[in-house]
Design a binder for this molecule. Structure first.
Ligand code: ADP
Length: 177
């Protein structure tokens, strides 16, 4: 995102965020209740660089954001070193240990690798403001919410693609100074 390029177009975060209407749903992790095996299956079935963590699938309330790389490294380390962590172990991002059956395998606690305050904008935030924040904070991605519910994600590449699309369609709408 070259600082010289002014983004002067009326698009909103909702116009740039993924998933698009025809895409598969946003891939999220829940703060508790998923097993190590389920988390691995989700991560390995996608190529995304990161995953939002939500309170529950129903609420879609944002808790944080974890990078794919950190998840894979932590699970790998835990499987090797942490006594008893297996595919059926529960992955928890909460502060407190989950209540589970006495014979359940020990949980894998991953709060430590989660970004607790990922940057968010609302779906109606104008893209010129979002682009400005990306530049000033050097963001790689930002999450999009509506009334506190997680709706989508915008990466730096999504913004660049969107800018290129606008430039092709409507060259006068981007000002280069
Ligand atoms: P990049 O945009 O740099 O390739 P990613 O590989 O993380 O970064 O994302 C690829 C595409 O998938 C982007 O369009 C992004 O908006 C979208 N995306 C990223 N993370 C997720 C996710 N957890 N669930 C659904 N879509 C995602």
């Amino acid at each position: 995102l070259e600082p010289k390029e002014e983004f002067d177009h009326s698009s909103l975060a909702v116009d740039v965020m993924r998933p698009r209407r025809s895409d598969p749903a946003l891939a999220v992790l829940t703060q508790e209740g998923m097993t190590v095996g389920e988390v691995e299956a989700l991560v390995e079935s996608t190529h995304y660089s990161g995953f939002p963590v939500v309170v529950s699938q129903e609420s879609q309330r944002l808790v944080g954001f974890v990078l794919r790389r950190d998840l894979l490294i932590s699970i790998d380390n835990a499987r090797k070193r942490q006594e008893g962590v297996v595919s059926a172990s529960q992955v928890v991002f909460t502060e407190h240990a989950p209540s589970q059956a006495p014979d359940a395998p020990p949980p894998l606690r991953l709060r430590g690798i989660m970004d607790l305050s990922p940057f968010t904008v609302t779906d109606h935030t104008p893209m010129d403001i979002t682009v400005d924040i990306f530049r000033k904070l050097g963001l790689r991605q930002c999450l999009v919410t509506h009334n506190g519910r997680l709706l989508g994600i915008i990466t730096k590449k999504d913004i660049l693609k969107h800018m290129a699309q606008i430039a092709n369609r409507d060259p006068d709408s981007i000002l280069f100074n």
